[in-house]
Design a protein around this ligand. Structure first.
Ligand SMILES: Cc1cc2nc3c(=O)[nH]c(=O)nc-3n(C[C@H](O)[C@H](O)[C@H](O)COP(=O)(O)O)c2cc1C
Length: 184
């Protein structure tokens, strides 16, 4: 076994669901999946955001102002899950509107939510706090927030190669703190 490698835990009741535009959050979701098993699902929209970054930032700002919840193409039955890892990039220093759609559409009361995030270096903003507000009857575990890409500057997927290996160690250490992976 390589250093840091763990056996996946028995986890039929675990869902890892994520939103990712440039695949950084997806890379973290895959690392979590490697460690804990469960089902890995990408959150998809009925109508994609524009390819253009600035147009997307503008659209997201409008949606946040009006409270618009973009319809989701992904349909999922949450009954079988009691633990939900929820991954998202920081958009406008808060939760992306599609994550708000997810949290409004699905009943997460009584479930454990474990949030994770990538961002361009400004942090998760109010994302974790918003999850606590939107899911008052769920147990919210300590989230993981990591620096990902900077699409504004043309820097896309960065969680690859050596950075992916470093990120793997951060993910392992976080999962151990949460007692999801056994400490060594
Ligand atoms: C519409 C939009 C808004 C963003 N706003 C922020 C922000 O407020 N703060 C930040 O640090 N990064 C921001 N970013 C950058 C992303 O959070 C960062 O690139 C992240 O790693 C992207 O994850 P992904 O590759 O999974 O899509 C924004 C990106 C987009 C597309």
């Amino acid at each position: 076994m390589q250093s840091g490698q763990q056996q996946p835990q028995a986890s039929d009741n675990t869902l890892i669901i994520y939103l990712s535009r440039t695949n950084n959050t997806k890379a973290v979701a895959e690392l979590i999946h490697d460690k804990v098993g469960g089902d890995l699902v990408a959150l998809e929209l009925e109508n994609s955001y524009p390819e253009d970054y600035t147009a997307t930032v503008r659209q997201v700002a409008r949606e946040n102002e009006t409270g618009y919840l973009p319809p989701l193409r992904t349909r999922i039955n949450l009954d079988q899950y009691d633990t939900v890892f929820l991954g998202f990039p920081t958009w406008g220093m808060q939760l992306p509107p599609p994550i708000k759609s997810f949290l409004h559409k699905y009943e997460l009361a009584g479930k454990t939510i474990i949030p994770f995030n990538t961002n361009a270096g400004y942090g998760v903003g109010s994302g974790f706090q918003q999850i606590r507000q939107l899911c008052p009857n769920s147990t919210i575990m300590q989230g993981l927030s990591l620096k990902g890409g900077i699409e504004r500057d043309g820097i896309y997927l960065v969680i690859k190669g050596e950075k992916r290996r470093e990120t793997e160690l951060e993910v392992i250490s976080w999962l151990r703190k949460l007692n999801i992976l056994k400490p060594k």
